[in-house]
Design a protein around this ligand. Sequence first.
Ligand SMILES: NC(=O)c1ccc[n+]([C@@H]2O[C@H](COP(=O)([O-])OP(=O)(O)OC[C@H]3O[C@@H](n4cnc5c(N)ncnc54)[C@H](OP(=O)(O)O)[C@@H]3O)[C@@H](O)[C@H]2O)c1
Length: 295
Amino acid sequence: MNIVVLGPGAIGSLWAYSLHQAGHTVALYSKQEHDKLPLQLDGNTPITLANNQPVSLQNADVLLVTVKAPQVIPALEVLRSDLHPDCIVVLMHNGMGTAEIVASRLPNNPLVLATTTHGALRQSRHQVLHTGQGSTQLGGYNSKGNQCDFLQQVFAHALPDVYWNENILDALWLKLAINCAINPLTAIHQVKNGQLADEAFKPTLHQLLDEVHQVMTCEGLTLSRNELNTHVYNVIQATAENRSSMHQDICHHRLSEIDFITGYLIQKAHDHQLDVPSNEALYQQIKRIEKSWTS
Ligand SMILES: NC(=O)c1ccc[n+]([C@@H]2O[C@H](COP(=O)([O-])OP(=O)(O)OC[C@H]3O[C@@H](n4cnc5c(N)ncnc54)[C@H](OP(=O)(O)O)[C@@H]3O)[C@@H](O)[C@H]2O)c1
């Protein structure tokens, strides 16, 4: 297949390299101005891929979007006119809220959503490390996207394990819930994920998850409050030594994905006339930190 990866950072480069190795014609769209870019995964042989070539987009069967959530809409806007209406658009990022906008701006394209637990780290602009083996879930967002379950095989052949999830929004909501609990707290307190298991964080986590669970229930999810607790504490334990992406973003004075994580939760809570004061407080704290860099 002809596959374009928009945003070849850590996760995008991991997929671009793996899809190329699986035999696909892979091209990149990045913020770099060169026609071609070298790319190396771990210690493997470097490859060279086309970059920012409109012809790659015009011929693309799949556009894999791996920019961070705040960049999805502006990045897609620039290349919208070159995108064929049959091209399958796959959004792979943390957080929620972009799919609604993409679906309205690209109403004819099949839209597929993805979430991955692989770990990737950019060592330099052209070198990426696969730091953690994980799995990926894909699922259709619109009716044309629902017909793209063959992508499971395409992606699984490149970087297993991959599952097609008929209820991808449920998977994204669960990931959002986990992110709402872990990301702002670890970023504000500058702690590794595992430290959230300390007694001191228990009351705050409890309140956050009560609020998140209420919103999820109103959104039609059937997960129980206890199950949500178990998922969150399992992730805290399994990733105890990790620094969350928001913790890293705040450390490096990079804009975080808070608007698409806690911000999305707050927006949905308002839709259902629910109050989520603990989540609002963390949202405001992250926003204040981000604002302090520019003032
Ligand atoms: N890394 C992981 O292990 C991991 C695991 C699971 C999920 N995720 C999620 O995956 C998403 C991507 O994360 P990441 O770690 O890969 O981030 P990243 O390394 O920052 O990659 C994002 C890439 O998008 C590029 N970009 C930004 N705006 C663009 C535009 N308008 N056009 C083209 N390219 C653009 C960035 O370029 P510049 O660097 O030049 O700005 C960067 O190369 C996030 O939502 C993250 O939470 C990451």
